[in-house]
Design a protein around this ligand. Structure first.
Ligand SMILES: *Cc1c(COP(=O)(O)O)cnc(C)c1O
Length: 230
């Protein structure tokens, strides 16, 4: 891809975010774009970095670490782990990533806390919520978030930053209700914990709707990096 195509794709997403944000009643929080670079090469990440993009999302531990190491010279880059977490991968995640967005099990939280290296700042974590309540999907039910948050915040090597959800890929007629429920849960959590400032919700097909429901971070892969191989 040419440099101009990267610039156009980034500008297009940024414009959608800015427009959606203007339509919110309060135009307060900054909305972060998480560029989901999973399966894509480090040079593409670097191209977006050169255009000012700083936050990148990875789903696969080794694929992510390869890029983190290749791009170590970009000191202010921010790496988010957004994939399912197996317990034998927690050490690698705790050692290399800045954020983990998919925390939803007590055992995983305890391991990330124990394995976060002392020379690094606490790991930023989001609690993953299963908003569609489909049994095959990862994440906690909203009713279990408060108790899990209370447990997470006992871990001093973790900083609870908020909530994330992955909506169904296919059109879901309940999406608006689900986003509304997330918005309310996020507001409640924010009331309780001063560290909470992030609601990771919305992808390319629904970022406007997510931002209308108080999302502070949208996750975009294909629209920036092109389609992934299956
Ligand atoms: C892959 C992925 C995205 C981005 O998906 P695209 O359809 O490529 O934009 C966002 N969030 C999560 C959790 C993902 O795994």
């Amino acid at each position: 891809m040419s440099k101009q195509i990267y610039a156009e794709r980034l500008a297009c997403i940024q414009a959608r975010i800015a427009k959606a944000q203007q339509q919110r009643p309060t135009n307060d929080a900054e909305i972060k774009l998480l560029a989901v670079s999973k399966t894509k090469p480090a040079h593409m990440v670097e191209a977006y970095y050169a255009l000012g993009q700083r936050a990148f999302g990875e789903n696969y531990v080794q694929d992510g670490i390869d890029k983190i190491q290749a791009l170590e010279h970009l000191s202010d880059i921010e790496w988010h782990f957004i994939g399912p977490i197996q317990s034998n991968k927690t050490r690698a995640i705790a050692e290399h990533f800045d954020w983990v967005e998919t925390v939803c099990r007590a055992k995983i939280a305890a391991r990330l806390h124990e394995q976060r290296p002392p020379h690094l700042p606490p790991l930023n974590v989001l609690i993953q919520v299963n908003i569609s309540c489909e049994p095959q999907k990862a994440g906690l039910l909203l009713e279990d978030v408060a108790a899990f948050a209370a447990e997470l915040t006992q871990h001093k090597r973790l900083t609870l930053r908020g909530l994330m959800c992955i909506q169904s890929a296919d059109h879901d007629e309940h999406l608006s209700e689900q986003f509304q429920a997330m918005q309310e849960a996020f507001a409640a959590l924010k009331q309780q914990y001063t560290s909470v400032d992030t609601l990771s919700m919305g992808m390319s097909s629904d970022l406007e709707q997510a931002i209308a429901h108080a999302s502070t971070q949208v996750r975009i892969g294909t629209d920036l990096f092109g389609p992934r191989e299956k």
